[in-house]
Design a protein around this ligand. Structure first.
Ligand SMILES: [Zn+2]
Ligand SMILES: [Zn+2]
Length: 149
């Protein structure tokens, strides 16, 4: 489980976006939004289910996948593909908390990283490419320190 951070108001923004897209404000949706807002990095569906269960908010795995699909469709959640079909989910953040990922292809470890120079380079690139850029994600694959030993 990743370390938790302060809530940022992301959950409220995401809830508004859901309402605007015509989704009802269900209890499971709100619980999932609040949980994701507290995370420093991505969670698997299994971790989401376990965390909600620990808060006496039992939500089925099928409901979690359905809600994650809705949140992805409206662009407030992104999936991080770890390869071999392993997927994690996290809040899309444009300001503080925005980060990218290092993925160990041997053990599946996911490590967040930030780099100001990389963000500037992507910003310059965004001005140049024939695309109105909304979000970007960088995933760097390799072997973590433990696995590379
Ligand atoms: Zn992350
Ligand atoms: Zn590893």
């Amino acid at each position: 489980m990743t370390p938790t951070t302060q809530r940022s108001g992301w959950a409220e923004q995401a809830a508004r976006a859901l309402t605007e897209a015509g989704y009802r404000r269900g209890g499971a949706r709100r619980a999932i939004l609040e949980l994701l807002d507290e995370q420093a990095c991505a969670l698997s569906a299994q971790e989401i289910q376990r965390a909600l269960g620990g808060r006496r908010r039992a939500v089925s795995r099928a409901s979690i996948y359905r809600v994650m699909e809705e949140l992805e469709a409206i662009g407030v959640v992104q999936r991080v593909e770890l390869g071999q079909g392993i997927v994690r989910y996290e809040a899309v953040r444009r300001g503080p908390g925005h980060h990218h990922h290092l993925v160990c292809d041997r053990c599946g470890r996911l490590e967040p990283f930030t780099d100001a120079g990389l963000e500037r380079a992507i910003s310059r690139l965004s001005d140049r490419v024939p695309l109105k850029v909304s979000v970007h994600e960088i995933v760097i694959h390799g072997a973590c320190r433990v696995c590379a030993r």
